[in-house]
Ligand binder design. Sequence first.
Ligand SMILES: [Fe+2]
Length: 357
Amino acid sequence: MRRRSLLAGVAGGGALALAACGGMPVQAPRTGAPLRRLGFGSCMDQKRPQPLWDVVLGAGCDLLVFGGDNVYVDQPATPAAIERAYAQAAELPGLARVRATVPHLATWDDNDYGPNDGDASFAHKQASKDAFLRFWRVPADDPRRGREGVYHAASVGPPGRRVQVLLLDDRWFRSPWRRTDQRDAPGRERYLPDADPGKTLLGEAQWAWLAQQLREPAQLRFIVSGIQVLATGHGWESWSLLPRERQRLFDTIAHAGAGGVVLLSGDRHFGAFYRETEGVPYPLVEMTASGWTHTWAGVREAGPNRLGEPYTGLHFGVADIDWDRRELALGLVGQDGAMARRLALGFDALNVRNASA
Ligand SMILES: [Fe+2]
């Protein structure tokens, strides 16, 4: 059965199978074949022009990750507004072609979860999850249906060349942010860091799941978070607002002995690379790719951890893996299909373990 053959060697690959459910041929990675190009994007307003889907279709991604804000729900975020947003997205022909032909995975951020900057208190989160599971055609036997939130893991590729994708849920369990005292002041735009030990970003169940997943064998591990993890120095939503939770993420990676971690995030309406060298088991790198349909040309960000300037054209991200040369190249692909930004990283710098040459 074709659907099953796609899943050989794929742990937690139910969402990969969904790409085969659309009734059209699927450009899936060959069974057990190493992943060579992963695509990643976020921030897709279904009511705006959609110029990137043909670029994505031509990019040859073996797997495409939707990193949140995959639709924009009108406020207030009622169940009807959520349903309407997904119904509008389902009508987009370019996105439909992508969803029918490119294996893909998804998590959410605030705009598809529901309320702007939303947290665990959202009253309609179960209705939102139901809509998410329907739109992304999550199979009936998927573990996400038996637990809270939408966090999920999938692995692709053979032993020695395996890629793990860990999709976090940064909304369902999250405690409230601490509000700013100086709205729009640089570094304090909306929220302030909060060291309250009672506050959580992932919630205990998701933390336990993540710690266990990071012990699964993989050479490269893409941890997907709707909001930024490594970026500091701004007061928009990010893991920096809960510094204890941010450090817990680094410690969880360290305690699991997990090499090859690369962070992927969205939410900010521009693209950029970041690197953190403090409090981490090895220098961690993040690619923010945020702008399927709209970006923020006027972004100002102190960005002490940012590498280079933000990219504010429409874009999506790619991660190109050269298993023979032991190199990972992160890139931001613009509307013209050209690579607007690129960051090449050797496997050794990423602490990749036991990769087969
Ligand atoms: Fe967002």
